[in-house]
Design a protein around this ligand. Structure first.
Ligand code: SF4
Length: 306
């Protein structure tokens, strides 16, 4: 299976998407924050990012879900800053602190090609929502230099459907988080009361574009949606409702990673409800909710540890 963006490059669709994204940067509405700042002129909004993407690090990663990692690893590129900025972020220095350096499209393209040469199975853009235009600028350069592996859009789920439509036929694998079901929780912990609505709409759109996760004969992902859900203490995430939504309104065959690794980071200590790790019983309850919802494709790591 060819990566989707190869055809988009040949047909001119990639260039059209780039032109539209670049226009949007002049009055940025790439994400639901709708800051309307002129990023093309170097101004910044909520995501603190101007015309160039800031990159914290890149390299093969073996800690992602098995279908992304395979034998060669997932080729992660970590973008700095974030359009969501959760209080409990586990990459706080990168997402809130902006650790990293601005890179031009030519350099971003070179990183992608280097990851492919290193044997990675995919290019995994971590926190890409606010830098869609930079990715689209770099992609044609990378294609001309031989990039062929699938693109993974690894995001927090706080997306505008109209921006996702720019990526149709370009992104192969969407990997959104679905963090909160409840508006109040999303407001308190991410400053985004509309997050639950945006995440539901985004996952519907992603599924419409690429469908359920499809892997090759060796189990490496080629196309589709993979949803991550981080179970939080005291049921603040709304795990039961999120898993039921995925099963009933997306598909029972949605590939879901129900994650148990929550630990307080960033400013989590300021919020009593999330200032501790998850208990074994809370994670057991989450797995039971997935089973009851009828989800049939949980990640291989989704089991109680001894
Ligand atoms: S991408 Fe950044 S500047 Fe643009 S709307 Fe979102 S937060 Fe604001």
């Amino acid at each position: 299976m060819n990566a989707a963006y190869i055809e988009a490059y040949r047909s001119g669709r990639l260039e059209k998407a780039l032109l539209r994204a670049t226009r949007w940067m002049g009055k940025c509405t790439l994400c639901p924050r709708m800051c309307r700042v002129n990023r093309a002129a170097g101004n910044t909004g909520y995501c603190k990012t101007g015309s160039l993407a800031v990159i914290a690090s890149f390299g093969p990663h073996y800690g992602e879900e098995r279908p992304l990692v395979g034998r060669g690893g997932s080729g992660t590129i970590f973008f700095s800053h974030c359009n969501l900025s959760c209080e409990f972020c586990q990459n706080y220095d990168i997402s809130h602190g902006g650790e990293g350096r601005p890179v031009r499209p030519e350099e971003l393209a070179a990183m992608m090609v280097a990851l492919q040469k290193a044997g990675c199975h995919n290019i995994n853009f971590v926190t890409p929502t606010h830098v869609i235009a930079s990715i689209l600028q770099a992609l044609p350069i990378a294609v001309e230099k031989g990039l062929r592996i699938p693109l993974v859009y690894n995001c927090g789920g706080y997306e505008r459907v109209s921006a996702l439509k720019l990526l149709e036929g370009i992104v192969d694998i969407y990997m959104p988080d679905f963090k909160f079901w409840d508006r109040e929780a999303a407001k308190q912990f991410c400053g985004a009361p509309d997050y639950p609505f945006r995440a539901r709409e985004a996952i519907r759109e992603m599924h419409r574009q690429v469908g359920e996760l499809v892997c090759d004969a060796s189990g490496v992902a080629q196309r589709g949606v993979l949803v991550r859900h981080l179970v939080m203490p005291n049921r603040v995430a709304g795990t039961t409702q999120i898993l039921a939504f995925l099963a009933e309104e997306i598909s029972p065959q949605t590939y879901v990673n129900v994650m148990d690794q929550y630990h307080p980071c960033g400013r989590a200590s300021a919020h009593e409800a999330i200032n501790r790790r998850l208990t074994r019983e809370e994670y057991r309850e989450a797995l039971e909710a997935a089973r009851k919802a009828g989800l049939t494709r949980l990640d291989a790591c989704n089991r109680l540890r001894a």
